[in-house]
Write a protein that binds this ligand. Structure first.
Ligand code: PFF
Length: 436
């Protein structure tokens, strides 16, 4: 028997899981879906879902991975059989693998857009930009299938190379440098937007809560995004948890990651909305929002060429560290079937690449993959994880694997995972279906 791989340093789990959580979801997706769904009330529901459902589920996932020490399918089978329960629960791992591959099929297209914007920034394509120019630039990118295919292909290739090199070397290093730099540039952007945009309007848009304007559908999207942004419901965090050293504390790690992830999303909103409102743009502009807005800042600020290039480069790396975690459950599973890491990574890379082409040629495919995974499959996966950790495994088993947290914290978590998370998910779904 070989000893299981563990992260080199204790906090590398935090960095890697934060690398998974922080990605396009925070900076590209959050501002545009919050914009489409009216701002304040949507953001309030999203924050509530992070607290009540997201954090407990993320703890469950990390705990299951750490306890099972294997890819999600094997880890869950092992834990279930140990407690005398059915091995059918391991289907949960299968659902996660499929979900991850479906997400990467549109995620890598947006990753490709980010790469294209690195090139645009470096060549001064939007110097002295105005809203007409930035909108035209994004429209031109959507029109050019070739450019999108080049970006998407490059993005998938980068994934295959990093995953092929293996978990410890590939993922940890990228996250260590990335996160502080990304936060720094976001802070610069927020400062610029506060001075040059409509910060008062933005604050009102983000934090004035009017629940009467919130549809059942918007609540589903807010909850789905809580899953998407924390990378939970499909086994990514479980896989990373499997590489956690024995003495690492699940509770504290998860809280740190969730706090960092939420802070980055809110900072992205504070950078984008003042510029949107100050330049007469639409918060509900859709997937182009970030690409049409931030170039206005970079195109007009001193040193914007360098800042813009660095920003889109960092977004691309953030997207890459998230994408890696989307593919890792599938790769880890194939590896355990004794398929070499390079080969399994390449096979999955090809599947993801073909799916990405479909997303490029059809916005319906793109929207379907995005909607179905974030709003249905991840919450469904999260629901099953909550039931498995809260009701199927024995309490003593779960407590044993969460022994580093205090009894009070454990009891609070246990109530959340048994009741709050599963009931919350069901209520949001029923409310959405009835209200649709
Ligand atoms: N959390 C990532 C983001 O916000 O961009 C996306 C993601 C990664 C979702 C991994 C799900 C996942 F399992």
């Amino acid at each position: 028997m070989t000893t299981p791989v563990t992260w080199t340093k204790r906090w590398t789990f935090i960095l890697a899981a934060a690398g998974s959580a922080v990605g396009l979801g925070n900076i590209w997706k959050f501002p545009y879906i919050a914009g489409e769904n009216g701002g304040g009330a949507f953001i309030a529901v999203y924050l509530l879902c992070i607290l009540a459902i997201g954090i407990p589920t993320m703890m469950a996932e990390a705990m299951l991975g750490k306890a099972g020490r294997a890819n999600p399918i094997v880890a869950i089978r092992k834990l279930s059989l140990n407690d005398g329960k059915s091995n059918a629960w391991s289907w949960l791992g299968g659902l996660g693998i499929v979900t991850g591959i479906m997400i990467i099929m549109f995620y890598s297209v947006v990753g490709g857009w980010a790469l294209d914007y690195v090139a645009q920034s470096a060549t001064g394509a939007y110097a002295n930009a105005n809203p007409e120019l930035t909108k035209a630039n994004f429209a031109a990118l959507l029109d050019s299938k070739t450019t999108q295919i080049i970006g998407h292909t490059l993005f998938i290739l980068l994934n295959v190379v990093v995953i092929g090199f293996g978990v410890r070397r590939g993922i940890g290093i990228a996250s260590e440098i990335l996160m502080p730099l990304l936060i720094l540039i976001l802070l610069v952007l927020v400062g610029y937007a506060a001075v040059n945009g409509d910060i008062q309007g933005a604050l009102a848009f983000m934090f004035n809560v009017d629940f009467s304007a919130l549809s059942g559908e918007a609540i589903i999207v807010a909850m789905g995004h809580a899953f998407f942004t924390l990378s939970i419901g499909m086994g990514s965090i479980m896989v990373y948890g499997a590489y956690m050293p024995e003495n690492a504390c699940v509770g504290r790690s998860v809280l740190t990651i969730a706090a960092m992830d939420t802070a980055i999303a809110l900072l992205a909103g504070l950078a984008i909305y003042p510029l949107v409102l100050g330049n007469g743009l639409e918060p509900g502009a859709g997937p182009g929002l970030m690409f049409e807005t931030l170039p206005l800042a970079f195109g007009n600020m001193p040193g914007g060429l360098i800042f813009g290039t660095a920003f889109f480069l960092l977004i691309s790396i953030a997207a890459l560290t998230s994408a890696i975690s989307l593919l890792e459950p599938a790769v880890a599973w194939m590896e355990q079937l004794c398929i070499k890491r390079w080969i399994s990574t390449s096979i999955i890379g090809v599947i993801a690449w073909v799916g990405g082409l479909a997303s490029i040629y059809s916005s319906d495919v793109f929207n379907f993959l995005d909607y179905a995974t974030a709003n249905i499959m991840l919450p469904l996966g999260g629901f099953i994880i909550a039931i498995f950790a809260g009701w199927v495994l024995r309490r003593v088993t779960v407590r044993k694997h969460l022994s580093s947290i205090s009894m009070t914290t454990f009891n609070t978590w246990y109530i959340a995972i048994r009741f709050l998370a599963p009931i919350g998910i069901i209520v949001v779904f029923i409310n959405g279906i009835l209200g649709a």
